[in-house]
Design a protein around this ligand. Structure first.
Ligand SMILES: [Zn+2]
Length: 263
């Protein structure tokens, strides 16, 4: 059984502040990297004890260079850095995906570091008319390859969003959000024990989980923040501008729609 772990930073235990997740300007970025590395190792340990034979980890936050490579569990393989139009590496032959350290969608009240893709540029995203965050994006993307999401971890708002998108989904709540950058945290030991146990349980039930599916064709409606430049419509017959800050694209499936929006 092959498992892909997508690691974001905002929902990692011990992280509440933008200063812990920003490689360019974060005063506490070094500790954020350390916390993400510890939690990734806890997840990998759980995956192998739950029955995985192969684990791929994608460092999925910002430039993909956050995890401390020299400290990572030698049993897994790691995908770092920009990788072009590959959002979920090796998804074609994975059996399940874990979304580790994720966060609630843009606009969620009192959720730790909530956003969708870019807090500077994206105000809000809809998929076939329904609000989606990054949990939904990755679940729908994996779903196009027939691969289910097995576990989502993060704060209470992130976990609630995941369960409302995919009823019955296993979640691991490592903190309770009290504001955009404040939360009530589990201790390091308890958070990592929780991640390890839930990862094992999630992998153990991998083959009974269904992929998440969005209906086809797929329409993505992106509202960008004020003064974000809009793309040119030249040679993009699949794209429309609904107004000065709303872009819409349509495609036969989610993966194509996603790349049409981002290209
Ligand atoms: Zn992130």
């Amino acid at each position: 059984m092959k498992i892909l772990i997508m690691v974001d930073m905002e929902g990692i235990s011990g992280i509440t502040s933008p200063d812990q997740v920003n490689a360019d300007s974060g005063r506490y970025y070094a500790e954020g990297r350390q916390y993400a590395t510890w939690e990734t190792n806890a997840c990998i340990k759980g995956c192998f004890s739950g029955g995985a034979d192969e684990v791929i980890v994608r460092d999925a936050h910002m430039y993909g260079k956050n995890l401390l490579w020299e400290q990572l569990d030698p049993r897994a393989q790691y995908v770092f850095g920009p990788i072009g139009d590959i959002r979920l590496p090796d998804i074609e032959d994975c059996d399940g995906v874990i979304l580790l350290g994720y966060h609630a969608m843009a606009g969620t009240p009192a959720a730790v570091l909530e956003h969708t893709m870019s807090s500077a540029g994206w105000q809000n995203l809809k998929v076939n008319g329904v609000n989606f965050g990054e949990i939904g994006i990755d679940a729908a993307y994996a779903g196009e390859y027939g691969v289910p999401v097995l576990l989502v971890s993060g704060d209470d708002k992130c976990c609630a969003e995941a369960r409302s998108l995919i009823p019955g989904l296993l979640t691991a709540q490592v903190k309770r959000a009290l504001s955009l950058s404040g939360a009530k945290l589990l201790s390091r030991e308890n958070a990592h024990t929780l991640i390890c146990e839930k990862s094992a349980e999630a992998v153990g039930r991998c083959f009974s989980q269904k992929p998440f599916a969005v209906s086809h064709p797929v329409t993505l409606t992106l509202e960008v923040t004020e003064r974000t430049p809009l793309p040119s419509l030249r040679n993009r017959p699949y794209m429309k501008l609904l107004n000065g800050h709303t872009i819409e694209v349509t495609a036969d499936n989610f993966v194509d729609a996603y790349w049409r929006l981002l290209s």
